[in-house]
Each structure stands twice: as C-alpha cells, then as structure tokens.
Design a protein around this ligand. Structure first.
Ligand SMILES: C[S@@+](CC[C@H](N)C(=O)[O-])C[C@H]1O[C@@H](n2cnc3c(N)ncnc32)[C@H](O)[C@@H]1O
Length: 276
C-alpha cells in the first residue's frame, strides 16, 4: 500500500466538520449509487430487502437517511475509521456507529446483507478490503460501491507532469481491473461501469483547496512534501490553463466507478481440503 494510512485518517478527521459543505461530488455519487441499489432492491427479477446494511466509510452518515427510507426495517452499521466523521451522525435507534478500519472490518463473518460504500475504496488497498467485505457479507448478499477511476483529475495530473515526475495526484485503479479483482476473489454477477463528471472552478487554487477540504489531497508516500511554492503554483496554473473552458472556468474531471457484486449463495466461507 503506497497510501499513508494514518495521514488519510488525519486528513478526513480534520475535514469532518466542513465535509458536507464541500462534498458536492460525493453527494452526487451517493444519489447515483442509491439508484443502482434501487434497481436490485425493487426492480430486478429477484428483489431483495436487506436486514443488515453496512455503510463502509460512511463519513458524516449522509447515506443513513435515504437507506432507512428505502429499507425502513433495516439495521444500519455506519462504519468509518474516523471518530470525528462518526461524531457528525445524528443518533437513531436503527443506526449503530462503529469506528473500524475497512482493512479489518469489525463485524461478524456472514452478518451483512448489503454492503454499501460511497467513495471510500480509492483510499484503501482494494484486495484487502474486498476480502474483508466478502467475509462480512452473508452468502447471497450484495456489495454496491463507488470509487474513483483512472481518469480522475487528469487535468491536474497533466499540469504536474509538465513540472516534475513526482506523484502529485493519487493513482486510481481502472474499473475493469477492479471487476477482475472482485471476480478473482470469488464474487459473482460482477458489474462495473463508470462515468465522467466534470466540476468547474474559478481557479486552479480553488481545485486544490476543494480537494483538501474534503480530505482528498494526495497521500502517496513518494509525493513531494511541504507547501507548493508560489513559483511552482504559477507554473502549475500556466500548464492547467490549457483546459480552461469557453465559459472561463477551470475544469476538474472525476471518473466515478460503480461496482456491484454478489457473494455466491453457496459461499459459506469454508475452504475444502482435498486429501490425496
Ligand atoms: C470521501 S468520504 C465519503 C463519505 C461518505 N461515504 C459519503 O458518501 O459522504 C470517504 C470516507 O471514507 C473514510 N475512510 C477512508 N479510508 C478508510 C478506511 N481504511 N477505513 C474506514 N473508513 C475509511 C474516511 O474517513 C471518509 O469518511
């Protein structure tokens, strides 16, 4: 894992109080993810009604209300590794806040009907988290998540690449690789797709400030440390300028990846040892 775990946690904890104010993209992604859950729950040939839902990397608990509206009898475990994020969630008798890390989820094996996760996976080691999710889900249970795809922040990536070859922008895994990984780990009915969402800002500094406010700045351990000097910032702005829109705004592209997968109803987590 090249991402520095404790720094990611610290960045989100610091951003917790102003998170909802700035997380426009996250809110949009959440709505779109819920639509996909709706399809499985209410429109598919085998509708399902989850009893226990795990919202992994729940942040300030934005998903809690819409999930309860859809599944009024469910029990929701709102899980995040940041206590500051969890502290923002309003108490509710059907909602249990749990401080836990997605790489070692504190839930019983086979206890979750629906794993829901909006824009957390990109901060994690995907393989470890998928294995943990698979352990947590009941046989026949579903995983629905969003993450960032490889084309995310390509403008910023391009502008930095004109300055040096350090990793200033996080590396995001392509959607097809995530789907392959889920299949290799034994998930079934895997569907991955993605779409590009472009946000616009007045300036390059605004792009970077927004990423920081939502706790989404670069955490690659090979990044250059310290503040960006005014000279570098000027250079960066110059290289980013080529993307300025006709309306005079600075675009930042985000590739939103959706992944849906099922744990086989035959998968009880037991492995067979065959004697010769
Ligand atoms: C971009 S926010 C999304 C929050 C929420 N899902 C939403 O839609 O608003 C990512 C969240 O994932 C949490 N997170 C990141 N890495 C995590 C990990 N390894 N284990 C648990 N939570 C994690 C962060 O603390 C943060 O609250």
């Amino acid at each position: 894992m090249s991402l520095e775990h404790h720094q990611i946690k610290a960045a989100f904890s610091k951003a917790a109080q102003q998170y909802e104010q700035h997380a426009v993209l996250q809110k949009e992604a959440l709505e779109r993810l819920l639509e996909r859950v709706d399809f499985d729950a209410f429109e598919s040939e085998q509708p399902f009604s989850p009893q226990t839902i795990l919202d992994l990397g729940c942040g300030t608990g934005w998903a809690v209300e819409p999930l309860l509206k859809r599944f009024p009898d469910s029990h929701i475990i709102a899980a995040d590794f940041s206590a500051q994020m969890l502290n923002q969630i309003k108490p509710h008798e059907q909602v249990e806040c749990r401080q836990t890390d997605a790489h070692a989820i504190d839930v019983h094996a086979g206890s979750i009907d629906l794993l829901f996760s909006n824009l957390m996976l990109q901060w994690c080691d995907e393989q470890t988290v998928f294995q943990e999710i698979k352990r947590a889900i009941k046989p026949g249970g579903l995983m629905h998540l969003t993450t960032m795809g490889e084309h995310t922040l390509h403008e910023l990536h391009h502008a930095w690449s004109q300055i040096d070859d350090k990793p200033h922008v996080n590396h995001f895994v392509p959607a097809n690789e995530l789907a392959d990984l889920a299949l290799r780990l034994g998930f079934e009915d895997v569907i991955a797709d993605s779409e590009l969402i472009t946000m616009t800002y007045k300036s390059v500094v605004d792009v970077m400030r927004d990423l920081k406010n939502i706790g989404a700045h670069n955490t690659d351990d090979k990044r250059s440390r310290g503040l960006t000097s005014p000279r570098v910032l000027k250079d960066l702005t110059k290289h980013y300028e080529q993307f300025r829109t006709e309306e005079g705004l600075i675009p930042a592209t985000f590739e939103l990846v959706y992944l849906r997968a099922k744990k086989s109803s035959q998968d009880h987590g037991l492995s067979l040892r065959i004697k010769d």
